[in-house]
Design a protein around this ligand. Sequence first.
Ligand code: FES
Length: 253
Amino acid sequence: MTIVHNRQIANQIFEMTFTGELVSKMTEPGQFLHIRVGDQVIPLLRRPISICDVDLEEKRCTILYRAEGEGTKLLSNKRVGDSLDVLGPLGNGFPLHSVVEGETAILIGGGIGIPPLYYLSKQLVQRNVRVKHILGFATRKDAFYVNKFEQLGETAVTTIDGSLGYQGFVTDYVNHENPAFDVLFTCGPTQMMKAIEEQMNPNRGYYSFEERMGCGIGACFACVCPVKNDSTGHEYRKVCSDGPVFPQGVIQL
Ligand code: FES
């Protein structure tokens, strides 16, 4: 893949677009890419990064990532024209067939869990599904893509310090506004998704997990999560190959 642009769009958040034949396979929102971040032996591992947007005609894919650790900082140093070693698309994404024309989907994201919801929202809108977004950030400086989500549908923003939008967590907003919806899609910290599930108790809900990963293809067990209501205590699912999106009730939140 060849990098078309790589720029900072918010506090520690970078937007990178790249192009290549592999993009034609990136049709399912919620899948992720496993990207080799450096040329050196260290850091050896790839970084799992969700797909944020795809232009199938132009064969362009956009990812957003937080340049925080050593690997993602290396990624932020890449330049236009550099080539990128990308594995994917990997995992199981959000099931588009779970919602039909005329229904309302609510998409709730926290921080760097927000990017995959953008490609999902675009595809839902194309299918004439009504979308509502609730995007949670720490502060105004951390916020990104708010205008882009607003172009797709109703969008509420929350910040912990109240510097943008509603003051509080996404769950505070939900508690206050009690928005109506048919299907819930969410991605963000597990604690956030747990609070959302308890509060909203959806009939249909899909949760995308952010888990530390190693291989990204089901071989190393770095990403296992316990199954809900497992009486044996030994059942688990791999976020990379069984997920990262799971229907409600599968994983212990
Ligand atoms: Fe290796 Fe999931 S990251 S099994």
